[in-house]
Structures are given as C-alpha cells and as structure tokens.
Design a protein. Structure first.
Length: 316
C-alpha cells in the first residue's frame, strides 16, 4: 500500500503561495492585486514589516484588517498622531495601583526598616522594596508591548505613521528591526512570535530612510476599472453588474478632473451602497446630483462637478 506524503493542511495555508493569498483575501472580502499579495507574502515569510502607502481610501488599513481575519490572528491597532510618545505606544506604570499597594503595605515596610542598623542599610532595603513596585504586575502594556507579548503572533497595525513625530519614528526602529523593546526597570522584552506589522502612510510627510530600510514598501494606487468593479461587487452584495459598471466609469471620469479630493475606492463603495439604499437601478442626472455628497467631500468639488453631470454621464 502506498502512503501519500501530501499534507492537506498545507494546501489550506493562506501563506503557502501568492496565489493562495489572493484567494484567501478574496474569501474575507478583500480583492487584492497580485502586487499586493506578493508584498504581503514576502512580509509574512521574511518577517519584515510592510509600509503601505497611497492616498486615503485605497484600502491600506483594510488590508491589515483583512489579513488578521484571514490568518485568524488578533489585530492590535495603534493610531498615530502628532505628539504620540512611548508612554502611549509602549507602556505606562499603573501609578494608582502602586500608590494603593504602598498604602496597604506601609506598616509592613515600617517593620522591615525599623531594625536597620544604619541609614544606608535602611535605604538599601527600601530600594529593594521599590523595585517590586516597578515590575511587570504594575505595568500597563500599550499596543506595541501587547503585540510583542502575543505568544501565538498577531497583526500589528501602526496606522498613519506619517502623522507622528520624527522622534517617535526613531523610537520605532528597535521594535521593527528586532521585535523587542528595552524597559529600563525590567530589561528587554522580545517577541516569542514576531507580529506581522503593517505601517500605513498617507504621505503627510516624508518618512526617514532608517524606517524605510526596515520595511518592505507597497504603494496601493487607485484601481483600474475592472479591479474596482470587482471590489464593488464583493463589498456591496446584491448590486447589479450593469449599475456597477456605470458607477465605476463615472467615478473614474471624476478622477480625471482637477478636484481637491478625487473619490477613492471607499467613496465608490459608499456610493454603491447609497444607490442600493435608494433603490436606484441606473444612473440618471437626478440621482447623481442628489448623491454627489457621498463621493465628493468638498463643496467646491461638488460645485465644479454639478454643472457637468450630463456631460460626464455621456462619457461613461
């Protein structure tokens, strides 16, 4: 009897190949180009962070969310902003708990110090007690530390890293290169299983070379019509293919105009959902005029497009 050496579980591994990733992401509702899947495949297997850049609304954050769903890993998200520091990103001490324990143990501390032969001896004992209050039970982990302490791995999303300061960007280097952090009172905490790290950027500012060297780079552009149609059909169940084709063509035409903010993929999907809600089965000037505020976020863009609606619809 011949025993097969093929392992069925391997075929089900979403990280087994680029094609498996494309199929796996589609199964959780994310339509990925081969370029996106290839970058994700390399990031996961080389254990390197992936820096995802592109305009707002092209699916950078959604890629991390979908990857976590696909891999069935917990998602730990850190939203970046100006002034973010390590106390909000890495850890804080539980000062209230430290104070409470100090009060509860005050009498015991007094007894322990009462028979000290000298001031130096008393200070030495006090120093040892103080170290107890700066140990892991009194530590409040923030997103970065939580990610490093996930023994079975996780997806760590560092969202809009370009909104943080350069000092915080420099602080990230140890985490991204060695998957560890150094805490003066405790020592080095290193991940047992390195997290799969996504950093997203809307290009608010240029990121430093040191950060980019530690990451694989992925730029997600606005999609071609065929890909955008697939995304809409996946994200908006029940929409007709004909309506999808027409609304995507209209959005693609809008992107050729000089707008303050051209519509992104997220706006296309929101518009499709709005049209379904309004029971629209085709695009006509009235429905487009009534729902322009879904795809255009600035009044000046709406004022520019509104007089051209008939002309733009004719270009579909």
């Amino acid at each position: 009897m011949t025993i097969s050496t093929v392992r069925p579980a391997a075929a089900a591994d979403p990280l087994a190949s680029v094609d498996a990733l494309v199929e796996g992401l589609a199964s959780v509702g994310y339509i990925a180009s081969r370029r996106i899947a290839t970058a994700l495949y390399m990031a996961a297997n080389l254990q390197k962070p992936i820096l995802v850049e592109g305009s707002a609304g092209v699916g950078k954050t959604e890629l991390a969310l979908s990857t976590a769903a696909l891999l069935k890993h917990p998602l730990i998200r850190m939203q970046c902003y100006e002034g973010l520091d390590e106390s909000k990103a890495l850890y804080e001490w539980k000062y209230g708990k430290q104070l409470l324990y100090t009060q509860l143990l005050k009498d015991r501390m007094g007894e322990a110090l009462s028979d000290a032969p000298s001031m130096d001896a008393a200070m030495g004992r006090l120093h040892g007690m103080g170290d107890l209050f700066f140990s892991e039970p009194f530590l409040e982990p923030r997103p970065l530390m939580k990610a490093l302490k996930q023994d079975d791995g996780c997806v760590l999303l560092i969202d809009e890293v370009d909104k943080s300061d350069e000092a915080f960007e420099a602080f990230l280097l140890e985490v991204l290169s060695a998957y560890q952090v150094s805490i003066p009172e405790i020592g080095v905490i290193k991940a047992k299983t390195p997290p799969l790290v996504f950093l997203t950027s809307n290009n608010v500012r240029d990121l430093g070379d040191a950060l980019k060297r530690r990451c694989l780079h992925l730029h997600i552009p606005l999609p071609e019509p065929a890909l955008e149609e697939r995304i809409v059909l996946t994200r908006v169940p029940g929409i007709e293919a004909d309506l999808t084709r027409h609304l995507v063509a209209f959005v693609q035409t809008l992107r050729t105009l000089e707008l303050r903010k051209p519509p992104s993929i997220s706006e296309t999907v929101d518009w499709a959902r709005a049209l379904i809600l309004l029971h629209a089965d085709s695009l006509d000037p009235a429905i487009v005029r009534d729902t322009l505020n879904v795809i255009l976020k600035f009044e000046q863009d709406i004022d520019q497009v509104e007089p051209q609606i008939l002309e733009l619809l004719a270009k579909r």
